[in-house]
Design a protein around this ligand. Structure first.
Ligand SMILES: Nc1ncnc2c1ncn2[C@@H]1O[C@H](COP(=O)(O)OP(=O)(O)OP(=O)(O)O)[C@@H](O)[C@H]1O
Length: 283
């Protein structure tokens, strides 16, 4: 059984007039990418803040690397990587020196810096001051810094929002590599395609409540009530058929006659699942 690197049990968080998290429970194991999905204001950042010791929960218990979050200290921080909106960089230092400063603190070999810079497409910008790089580049720099020391647990708040598809793909590759090496990755995203592709498990969060929690595949199958098939025939006709005895007979006949060019089942994507569970869009 893999180790639970994050464990959250019945955690609630109340701000003065508002309940931001309502009795949430989940775990993230080593080598797992866990997606925490919810619309704006649903409690994603609050959860990351609690798990990184920046905010105290009102009730319940949470553990990171086996330690209660109330006891997170420097030695635990060294095993975490955190990317959030307020992760800053040294504006006056170059991209490269930002990473050197961090590498020194955490005893990381310098040659890993160039390797990662190449991966995230920042290598040719390494001598630019951080104050002069674009927002997307800064985001990549922050992400690189969070991955530099191969943390055991990585918290990523919307890591690829606003990035181009090529960089997004490069970052996904890096995340999968870290996962294979055993890192537990806690990822918040609005991007359902990203979640489906990367996450082993996802929790859907609505108004501070986890309304679903499973693998992306199980969720899309669970909400695939009206089974349908999208078929392209040799005569270039496209048809969508529901899963009825008549339709199955028809499909069989087409298969026997070799009349089908393509056939796809039409499960809902995570976005549709979210809409069905909560009645609201994931924006
Ligand atoms: N410091 C605070 N004081 C009072 N209310 C807060 C505070 N921080 C968050 N909240 C409230 O808690 C709820 C959850 O906020 P949170 O930032 O966790 O949402 P989120 O899911 O991360 O949203 P987004 O996707 O927009 O970043 C919101 O209603 C927010 O207004």
């Amino acid at each position: 059984m893999k180790n639970k690197l994050i464990h959250v049990e019945h955690v609630s968080k109340k701000f003065r007039n508002e309940v931001a998290l309502k009795d949430i429970t989940f775990s993230v194991h080593e080598g797992e990418i866990f997606g925490f999905l919810g619309p704006s204001g649903s409690g994603k950042t609050t959860t990351i803040k609690i798990l990184t010791g920046q905010l105290a929960q009102s009730s319940g218990q949470a553990f990171v690397l086996g330690n209660p979050v109330e006891q997170i200290n420097e030695s635990i921080y060294e095993q975490l990587g955190i990317v959030t909106d307020n992760s800053g960089v040294y504006e006056r230092l170059s991209v490269y020196n930002n990473l050197v400063a961090f590498a020194k603190l955490l005893n990381v070999e310098k040659n890993r810096i160039d390797l990662l810079l190449k991966k995230v497409g920042l290598y040719e910008h390494k001598h630019k001051p951080a104050s002069k790089i674009s927002k997307g580049m800064k985001q990549r720099l922050i992400l690189t810094r969070a991955m530099l020391h191969e943390p055991k647990v990585l918290f990523l708040d919307e890591p690829t929002s606003g990035l181009d598809p090529v960089t997004t793909e490069a970052i996904h590759e890096l995340l999968v590599k870290l996962k294979r090496e055993g890192t537990a990755i806690f990822l918040t995203t609005h991007n359902m395609e990203e979640a489906t592709k990367l996450c082993d498990n996802v929790a859907l969060l609505n108004d501070g409540l986890i309304v679903e929690h499973d693998t992306p595949k199980n969720l899309t199958l669970k909400y695939n009530q009206d089974k349908r098939y999208e078929i392209l025939l040799r005569n270039e006709k496209e048809v969508i058929l529901s899963h009825t005895p008549d339709a199955i007979q028809q499909i069989n006949q087409w298969l026997i006659n070799d009349e089908i060019l393509t056939i796809h089942s039409c499960e809902p994507n995570l976005e549709k699942v979210f809409l069905e569970v909560t009645g609201r869009e994931l924006v």
